[in-house]
Design a protein around this ligand. Structure first.
Ligand SMILES: CC(C)(COP(=O)(O)OP(=O)(O)OC[C@H]1O[C@@H](n2cnc3c(N)ncnc32)[C@H](O)[C@@H]1OP(=O)(O)O)[C@@H](O)C(=O)NCCC(=O)NCCS
Length: 437
């Protein structure tokens, strides 16, 4: 007897079905054969917010949420953070293997070649209001690249894809830095291709009148590590958006901008900004217990805590906590760290958080480092989007090369009216049939 099947008996008909397991899952389409008769559509699954549905096969990122494990292409993120640069990791995510020395040289050179923005993109950015949110500017400008590179729409051509991937990875730090300078009213700084990826980003952010910007190596390395930690995280909300929009064969600039939009929400990448606001509201360590009580009463969530997948300490939060120490040696200690540490200590001893397995996630400590480096909270999600662009592109490419994938189009369980006739205007309102949209 084949044990690799799920045996289902439909009590409506008495019929039994053997559904083969596929890599530990069952294929939802196999359920469609379960019908009460020829007119029956067949069984569907109902899974709001994809709590238990795999929408793809992926060989990029592995997470074991219960054990707190995160690996890119099999490598533990801790080892990558310790031994590699962000661009090495980007190569790994996109190509499946770490680069050789020659491959890395070619890769870094090609990314560096694409750091400049077309002057029209710069002018586009100039049109935003002085107080526009950097993430809104970032999302729109990434989308606007679609108008600069119309050939990008040929997404099934591997050479076209290859070029757009390099363009996007090269240009996102430039766009991010321009949004920052715009919000301060400072003139834009052009990329300096002598510098590393993180150093050049710092140059475009912070160069003032000096002829050549020199980045602090400790801060540049910390930023690079933060980029590594944020590079991919399997099928999260924004990656799902990237795959869904990309599945219609929209060009990668538009798909990436959709992914950025998903990232911007406070329940996803926007959480790091919310954490800082929360620490400001708490203000001092003695106010933490009262704040926690309000969280437990359901008034609001503890930002930077909890995760759909991690039911253990987020391994990225652990590395960020460690990287924070080296940053603070340069910048001085961010007073909010003490509040955050105490908040974590109290929460992790509290039954409410223990029972629900709510631990600090990546956003809990990242904002504290970013603030110590001199970023305003409004920039935090943009800082997340730069490295995540690599993960989105790796997942987008994997999706396009996957013969099983089609345009993403979920089913629904319809709960609205049965067919009914349009009521003439003069008779509407006489029957209580109106619903609000
Ligand atoms: C990340 C997040 C959206 C995951 O949500 P989810 O997987 O849908 O989890 P749920 O909302 O079902 O949470 C399960 C329970 O824990 C509670 N919970 C989850 N996160 C919480 C938080 N940060 N603070 C307080 N309670 C929280 C929920 O209220 C729920 O409690 P209940 O069972 O009594 O109803 C959620 O934890 C959250 O909003 N966190 C804060 C925002 C954040 O830091 N996001 C960044 C993620 S990297």
């Amino acid at each position: 007897m084949d044990k690799e099947v799920l045996n289902i008996v439909d009590r409506r008909t008495g019929a039994a079905y053997d559904l083969p397991f596929f890599k530990g899952a069952i294929r939802a389409m196999d359920l469609r054969q379960i019908k009460t008769g020829p007119e029956d559509f067949g069984v569907m699954t109902y899974d709001p917010a994809f709590l238990n549905t795999a929408s793809c096969q992926s060989a990029i990122t592995f997470i074991d949420g219960d054990k707190g494990i995160l690996r890119y292409r099999g490598y533990p993120v801790e080892q990558l953070a310790e031994n590699c640069t962000f661009l090495e990791v980007a190569y790994l995510l996109l190509n499946g293997e770490l680069p050789t020395e020659a491959e890395l040289k070619e890769w870094v050179e090609s990314i560096t070649r694409h750091t400049m923005l077309h002057e029209t993109s710069k002018k586009f950015l100039e049109g935003f209001r002085y107080n526009a949110h950097p993430m809104g500017m970032f999302i729109s400008t990434v989308a606007a690249l679609s108008t600069v590179y119309p050939e990008a729409r040929h997404v099934l051509d591997p050479e076209v894809r290859r070029l757009q991937i390099r363009r996007l990875i090269g240009k996102v730090p430039t766009i991010a830095a321009y949004t920052y300078r715009h919000s301060l009213g400072f003139p834009y700084v052009y990329p300096d291709n002598d510098l590393s990826y993180a150093e050049n980003f710092m140059n475009m952010l912070w160069k003032m009148v000096e002829p050549k910007y020199t980045a602090n190596p400790v801060l540049a390395r910390a930023l690079d590590i933060l980029f590594i930690l944020h590079a991919d995280h399997e099928q999260n909300c924004s990656t799902n958006a990237m795959r869904a929009v990309g599945s219609s064969q929209a060009d990668p600039f538009l798909s990436t901008s959709a992914a950025c939009a998903a990232l911007s929400g406070p329940l996803h990448g926007g959480a790091n900004e919310e954490v800082l606001k929360m620490l400001d509201v708490i203000g001092s360590k003695d106010k933490i217990p009262a704040y926690i009580d309000k969280v437990k009463a359901g008034e609001f969530k503890l930002m930077g805590f909890g995760h759909r997948v991690y039911k253990n300490y987020d391994p990225r939060a652990r590395i960020i906590k460690w990287a924070a120490e080296s940053v603070f040696e340069v910048t001085g200690r961010n007073a909010k760290l003490d509040i955050a540490l105490e908040l974590e200590r109290i929460a992790l001893e509290d039954d409410y958080f223990v029972k629900r397995k709510l631990y600090p996630n990546v956003d809990f400590y990242s904002g504290i480092i970013y603030q110590a480096m001199g970023f305003k909270p409004e920039m935090f999600t943009v800082l997340f989007a730069i490295p995540r662009t690599v993960g989105w592109l790796a997942q987008w490419q994997e999706m396009l090369c996957d013969a099983e994938q089609k345009i993403a189009r979920p089913r629904q369980v319809y709960t609205g009216y049965e067919a009914r006739d349009v009521v003439p205007m003069e008779k509407r309102g006489l029957t209580a049939t109106s619903t609000t949209a």
